[in-house]
Design a protein around this ligand. Structure first.
Ligand code: 9MR
Length: 355
């Protein structure tokens, strides 16, 4: 089994060496980069659009793959690991002096078809350990941070102890999280290990319940001596909702008091329900971002802020939250023609002092 796996990994490396993002290193001026700022990108978008490559090289110090480290890309079948696409993104990062973070190792969603065959606790444990140990050791020393467990908080928890249903949760119970972090730490003792979740930033009972559930998950992990280093706040903000600045600041302060780092991993603003006027909409989006980052940094600056994409041209919001008036969405720091919006000024404000 090990021999097979090594052979397969070697095959992946050889394929990646052919280089998939075909561009010379970009001559970006490092002074324009926002330290600690990064963006999610797909390999396909980078390959097809030099403007996207330029924007990332100009503004960012890090990237995160949207798809390329998820199970459907990495795991075409139970026995094979396909690292070519993620390797190509890592090449792009390294050629341009950027770091890369990993998203994600364990998620309830976006699993390949073959995982439906996993029906027992032993099978689930074997698949998870195999995946995490192989992928994390393959990238050992090459990534800065991994989202180990992604989105374990239920959509609307009825109580803080409730966990999101998933293949892993149903077969292994909460223990899958401890196991995932331990396996990742054994495979790369230096990489930052993160738990990542969304919808804890705004006002309202659902957000309060989600904060409480995230707090419960994090404290359970720490109480059991699990190697958890950081909490990732996705910060997919809803333009029409208020940020609960007080509760958010309190929640971040508590995580920090437990020795954890707090990072922003997937920031954008769903502008579906905002006014049509472009200046008005951009101002509200920037204000939301400013509010959320102000709350999160009330005690310490952020070392890492990633937006989920960089240009409005490439965002999941366009598909998931299209506007009733059919105007294009404007959820990200650069517009569809890669011009900076006031969102980018807010990023600048919160990144200049971070390292
Ligand atoms: O933006 C991503 C979308 O293109 C993918 O189809 C989807 C499934 O892989 O994942 C989206 O990214 C999600 C991220 O992985 C986790 N947090 C929420 C993001 C937006 O849905």
């Amino acid at each position: 089994m090990m021999v097979n796996r090594r052979q397969l990994i070697a095959g992946g490396l050889a394929a990646a060496a052919s280089g998939v993002v075909k561009s010379a290193p970009l001559a970006a001026d490092a002074r324009s980069r926002r330290h600690g700022y990064g963006a999610a990108a797909t390999l396909a978008d980078l390959q097809s659009d030099a403007r996207l490559q330029n924007a990332i090289a100009r503004y960012c110090t890090q990237i995160v793959p949207v798809y390329e480290l998820k199970w459907p890309t990495l795991r075409p079948d139970p026995h094979r690991f396909a690292f070519e696409k993620a390797d190509a993104l890592l090449d792009f990062a390294q050629q341009n002096g950027l770091t890369m973070r990993g998203h994600n190792l364990v998620w309830y969603a976006d699993l390949p078809e073959w995982t439906r065959q996993i029906k027992t606790a032993a099978g689930a444990e074997r698949a998870l350990r195999d995946h995490i140990a192989t992928v994390v050791s393959y990238y050992r020393g090459k990534l800065t941070s991994w989202d180990v467990v992604n989105e374990a908080v239920p959509e609307f928890p009825k109580q803080p102890t409730e966990r999101r249903d998933s293949l892993w949760q149903s077969l292994l119970g909460d223990g899958y999280m401890r196991m995932a972090f331990r396996t990742a730490a054994d495979a790369d003792p230096d990489v930052q290990l993160t738990i990542n979740d969304y919808d804890i930033e705004s006002v309202g009972p659902r957000f309060a319940a989600r904060r409480a559930a995230l707090r419960s998950i994090v404290s359970d992990l720490l109480d059991t001596g699990t190697p958890l280093h950081a909490v990732g706040l996705q910060a997919h903000l809803h333009g029409e909702l208020e940020i609960d600045t007080e509760a958010l600041a309190k929640c971040v302060a508590e995580f920090r008091s437990w020795g954890l780092d707090v990072i922003v991993t997937e920031l954008d603003v769903d502008d579906m329900k905002l006014p049509g006027s472009q200046p008005e909409r951009d101002a509200i989006v920037a204000k939301k971002v400013n509010e959320v980052l102000t709350a999160i940094t009330s005690e310490a600056p952020l070392r890492s802020i990633l937006t989920w994409g960089i240009s409005d041209r490439y965002s999941w919001i366009n598909q998931m939250f299209p506007r009733a008036d059919h105007l294009p969405n404007r959820p990200l720091p650069l517009d569809a023609d890669f011009g900076p919006k006031s969102f980018m000024d807010v990023i600048t404000k919160f990144t200049h002092e971070a390292t």
